[in-house]
Design a protein around this ligand. Structure first.
Ligand code: FAD
Length: 374
């Protein structure tokens, strides 16, 4: 179907919403983005953009901008927590030759997408909180301020607590995973190389990597816990709680933890992948369709993939209905596979007591990974 002059309303100016806005506007559609926040501002910390996400940004014409504002990742290194000894090194150039893997600040990625959509004349309307959506052949978007709007197509790119997902699937009850995560950024005082370091400890792990030309270090610290915190990216915590939870982490981890002044804490929850990604002229993408745990760093990359495939599926279809059905078919199974893989990784970076391991595993490792040796 022709997308030229189609009126598209996108809910959410996150990574998925802005990428979709750009892809639709490149097809000549008239796009409006509704965002609840009062600014597209500096929120969040590091995101890893893997080659699948880079491919979408390249196709959108943003490869140079991405390279300019990111650190190109060279390796992922697994380390023991106590002394920071190297356990395993994954050289990214070796495993994905010719492919780029970037560490980028979420605000910088949002910023470059927002600049690109504005250059194409997309209207980004701030302070437009969507309250609910009445789904129909011409769905109606009800805003919290009482206004209503719609379009030829409405796309819910409204993230984890999506109203559009509820309109299509009803409410679902997320399950606490038994893990919480802190995230923080600190100055890169020791000129850490462009590598992701994973410090593995008993019941917890810490991931660090540099951002912004190496000037900043991103920290994500995950701990197993019985109680749970709010599922929000902006819940502030006391840095002393982070330091207490990761006391005993050595190597460079100790110095980085010492530097933390501001930290956010969020509870990690499992959500089912949505069964219904479209109905009438409403579709969902990104976290709205398939929230994922951070253990494969794929949330933003999947949202980028969705946005590209949604536009491509509609462009190749005869009708809106056929295009949306093809979009779900092309995306749901893949997204579910990645979400499952991320869930499966949840405990892999946490050391366990060796006596709880099967004998053959202890013999194979020769006790090398036992917590008391690290
Ligand atoms: P999101 O990026 O979550 O974007 C959804 C957008 O929709 C947001 O701008 C939100 O304000 C808007 N929105 C939500 N509800 C409504 C509504 N009712 N009406 C109007 N607008 C609405 N991932 C990381 O790996 N590291 C991070 O540091 C990190 N920080 C984040 C900080 C914030 C504030 C957010 C919202 C997300 C963060 N993420 C982070 C998650 C990551 O960006 C997403 O998993 C991924 O990019 C998927 O993108 P998305 O576009 O589907 O959803």
């Amino acid at each position: 179907m022709k997308l030229k002059d189609q009126k598209i309303t996108i809910i959410g100016a996150g990574i998925g919403g802005l990428a979709a806005a750009l892809a639709f506007s490149q097809q000549g559609a008239k796009v409006t983005v509704l965002e609840q926040a009062d600014a597209i501002a500096e929120v969040g910390a590091g995101i890893q953009v893997s080659p699948n996400g880079v491919a979408v940004l390249r196709a959108l014409g943003l490869a140079d901008d991405l390279a300019w504002c990111s650190q190109r990742g060279r390796a992922v290194v697994l380390r023991s927590h106590r002394y920071g000894r190297e356990v395993l090194r994954l050289d990214l150039d070796h495993y994905s030759p010719g492919q780029n893997f970037y560490f980028v600040h979420r605000a910088d990625l949002i910023g470059l997408l927002a600049d690109a959509v504005r250059r194409r004349g997309v209207r980004v309307r701030l302070l437009q909180k969507v309250d609910r959506i009445s789904v129909a052949q011409r769905s109606v978007v009800h805003l919290a301020n009482g206004a209503q709007c719609g379009g030829d197509l409405v796309v819910g790119a409204d993230g984890l607590h999506s109203r559009a997902r509820i309109a299509l699937n009803g409410a679902s009850a997320p399950r606490f995973t038994g893990q919480v995560a802190w995230r923080a950024t600190v100055a890169n005082l020791n000129n850490h190389p462009p590598e992701a370091q994973v410090y593995m400890g008993p019941g917890r792990h810490l991931v660090t990597y540099p951002l912004r030309d190496g000037g900043l270090m991103n920290l994500v610290a995950v701990q197993e816990r019985k109680g749970w915190a709010e599922e929000s990216w902006s819940h502030k915590d006391d840095p002393e709680n982070l330091r207490a939870a990761f006391a005993g982490f050595g190597g460079h981890a100790a110095g980085l933890l010492e530097q933390v002044e501001d930290v956010a804490l969020w509870g990690l929850f499992r959500h089912p992948v949505a069964d219904h990604w479209h109905k009438g002229n409403l579709a969902i993408l990104g976290d709205a369709a398939h929230p994922t745990l951070p253990f494969m760093a794929q949330g933003a990359n999947l949202a980028l993939e969705d946005s590209w495939v949604l536009v491509d599926a509609l462009r190749s279809a005869a009708t809106l209905e056929e295009g949306l059905a093809s979009y779900q078919l092309r995306r749901r199974e893949r997204a579910a596979k990645v979400v499952d893989a991320a869930t499966g990784n949840a405990w892999k970076y946490h050391l366990r007591q060796p006596l709880a391991w099967p004998a053959h595993q202890i013999l194979r490792l020769g006790g090398r990974l036992a917590p008391e040796r690290m």
